[in-house]
Ligand binder design. Structure first.
Ligand SMILES: *[C@@H]1O[C@H](CO)[C@@H](O)[C@H](O)[C@H]1NC(C)=O
Ligand SMILES: *[C@@H]1O[C@H](CO)[C@@H](O)[C@H](O)[C@H]1NC(C)=O
Length: 259
């Protein structure tokens, strides 16, 4: 009995210390400790993300799920074939299979980069507007969790650049357009675009056209052809873990409610 009480006491002291430490560092936590690990948002607000992860780690299954299929698209914001692939294949596939795949978007493609003092200048296949579109999308990826939705929205619009602000408002109203624009026109965008250039220039084999797809870091004619023909089927067949219901034509999942 005494031992049990000691454990309670230790726990109480731990929680009390945790409370003090947390309330000092993050004054915006408005939840009682019992709710701190109830969601990632609450944990973040209360500054206890690490602790919550460690707790939930105790209950994680021992077998890790199979690694996701990594799909990277090297593209240009105003290239017709790129837009078609992104809008009609990549985005819908990702919507259906997000739990088993990872998407990396690298807008740069056939652009040219020149070093000019401490900055870089860029020349794009489809002109100035394309460079601006690449830069807006790069800055959005650096500022919004909903970047893929916003980029999909832009690329599916008849006016890729003109729709950007509306698309941002639609999918991530918390991010200010001004934030994106100061990235686009400032050093940060310049640095981020240089990273895109480096990633594109590091491709092995080097890209010959866009859209250029790598899957799990690899590019072959066969991979490219299969991705273009049906990315969805390709990701399903490459995933080594338990296939999600969408991969088996929905055979495993019966909808519980029809209207
Ligand atoms: C996607 O990538 C991130 C980081 O690279 C990784 O943590 C995550 O597990 C990946 N997701 C899948 C489905 O593989
Ligand atoms: C944004 O870019 C900076 C480098 O300029 C990088 O350190 C940071 O991790 C990026 N953030 C996101 C969310 O990608």
């Amino acid at each position: 009995m005494v031992i049990v009480k000691m454990q309670h006491l230790v726990l109480l002291v731990f929680v009390a210390l945790w409370t003090v430490e947390t309330s000092l560092s993050t004054p915006l936590c408005t939840y009682p400790p019992s709710q701190w690990c109830s969601s990632p948002e609450v944990a973040a607000q209360c500054g206890v993300e690490k602790q919550c992860l460690e707790f939930s780690g105790l209950h994680k299954p021992h077998t890790a799920p199979a690694p996701g299929v990594e799909v990277a698209l090297y593209y240009e914001s105003l290239c017709g074939g790129c837009r078609e692939f992104l809008v009609l294949e990549l985005f819908p596939t990702w919507l259906m299979l997000a739990e088993i795949m990872n998407v990396t978007l690298v807008p740069f493609g056939n652009a040219l980069e020149k070093k000019n003092g401490s900055k870089y200048t860029f020349e794009c296949q489809h002109g100035e507007d394309e460079c601006k579109g690449n830069m807006i999308e790069t800055c959005i990826m650096n500022s919004s969790k909903y970047a893929f939705f916003i980029i999909f929205c832009m690329e599916s619009s008849s006016d890729v650049l003109g729709s950007a602000e509306t698309c941002l408002k639609l999918y991530d109203p918390d991010v200010k357009w001004d934030t994106i624009m100061s990235c686009v026109n400032g050093d940060e965008g310049n640095k981020l675009m240089h990273l895109n250039a480096q990633m594109t220039q590091a491709l092995q084999p080097p890209h010959e056209y866009v859209p250029w797809v790598t899957v799990n870091g690899k590019h072959t004619d066969d991979i490219q052809d299969k991705a273009m023909a049906s990315l969805f089927n390709m990701v399903c067949s490459l995933y080594m873990g338990d296939k999600p219901p969408a991969c088996s034509g929905g055979k495993k999942s019966k909808p519980k409610n029809y209207c």
